[in-house]
Ligand binder design. Structure first.
Ligand code: ATP
Ligand code: MG
Length: 332
């Protein structure tokens, strides 16, 4: 595919610092696509923080943490558009026609939403929880992105986006002139990195190794990671998910083959595995950590990056909303 015809949208909730699962699941692909010449849009999904909690705590602080993580891993503010949901009204307005294109049953059977409800801190499930995958359709389609580098948890949501795009085109577009593309998910080699408790690594589940963690914190977290009762280390993702996810993390950091690396550690057991993983993570991310610390000294620059991104996202969203209202015959 010609890189200049690739438009990428992806993003993260401002609920904490980004972790190594984000890096190998999505950030690395974002930076690679950007550097190959694709257009990159990154949404800081502030409204979606409210899917699983009553109050979005510390939003300005977490937004800043995300910006630092993005810039530290190589997202280039000169080329990429980084924006927050709440600053782009026309994007949010797309949610209304889009909601009319999906059924309640389709929303209720989404397996990722079911998993998130299980982990939610709320006593009651909000309407936003069921509808946020349609909001994500608005995130992706407002800029007509065709490529979405995401982790495996996002696949059901991307299917909803594709459904929304297809149905919108069928219902409202002139034949041969689709308004929206049907975007493709781009899964990396690590679409579901596990956290230290053996569940999906997540920034709000207390099981994550943050990109910005220091060497000691990284060592402590990995020391406490769940493994299993078998001594010999092997790479068998289906049968031994926790051990294999640790092997994979070390392999990704060192650009090695996970099966070969596991073989080498072999009889050293979990203790040797954890040492290898700790050294690999610390070495791989030490330049990122140094850049992040440098960037953290200039908060004014971070705000400027976001201000520019929000401005640009509004121009794109306004144009798309105008087109949507035109084809829906809502221009008076
Ligand atoms: P939270 O616990 O607040 O939901 P999160 O860690 O799940 O945080 P998100 O902001 O929900 O992070 O997800 C951002 C992106 O990172 C999505 O594309 C998601 O698929 C990807 N991602 C999240 N966790 C992982 C993981 N463990 N492995 C691979 N990709 C992941
Ligand atoms: Mg999540």
């Amino acid at each position: 595919m010609n890189p200049s015809s690739v438009r990428v949208l992806t993003g993260d909730r401002p609920t904490g610092r980004l972790h190594v699962g984000h890096y190998f699941g999505s950030l690395e692909s974002r930076v690679r696509l950007q550097n190959e010449g694709a257009e990159l849009y990154v949404v800081i999904a502030d409204y979606q923080v409210l899917t699983d909690r009553d109050i979005a705590a510390n939003l300005p602080g977490y937004v800043e943490e995300l910006l630092l993580d993005y810039l530290a891993v190589g997202i280039d503010p000169e080329r990429a558009v980084v924006f927050t949901h709440s600053a782009v009204p026309a994007l949010n307005q797309l949610l209304l026609p889009f909601l009319s294109l999906v059924s309640v049953a389709e929303l209720q059977r989404n397996p990722t939403v079911k998993d998130e409800i299980r982990h939610s801190s709320q006593a009651a499930v909000s309407g936003l929880m069921f509808t946020y995958p349609v909001h994500q359709a608005a995130d992706i389609l407002f800029c007509k992105a065709n490529t979405v580098p995401v982790g495996r948890d996002q696949l059901p949501h991307l299917e909803i986006t594709r459904t929304v795009a297809r149905r919108f085109n069928e219902r409202y577009a002139r034949p041969g002139e689709p308004v929206f593309p049907e975007p493709e998910a781009l899964l990396s080699a690590a679409p579901l990195l596990l956290g230290t408790d053996g569940g999906k690594m997540s920034k709000s589940r207390g099981n994550a190794i943050a990109l910005a963690a220091d060497a000691d914190e990284t060592a402590r977290l990995i020391r406490g990671a769940k493994t299993d009762a078998e001594r010999h280390i092997s790479y068998e993702p289906e049968r031994r998910p926790e051990v294999s996810s640790l092997v994979l993390l070390a392999a990704l950091c060192t650009e090695r083959d996970p099966a070969e690396l596991a073989e080498e550690i072999g009889g050293g057991g979990a203790a040797a595995l954890k040492q290898v993983v700790t050294a690999a993570v610390n070495e791989r991310f030490s330049p990122v950590r140094a850049r992040r610390a440098e960037l953290a000294r200039d908060r004014g620059f971070l705000r400027e990056v976001l201000r520019r991104g929000n401005k640009e996202a509004n121009v794109v969203a306004d144009a798309t909303l105008e087109q949507v209202r035109t084809v829906m015959d809502c221009v008076y």
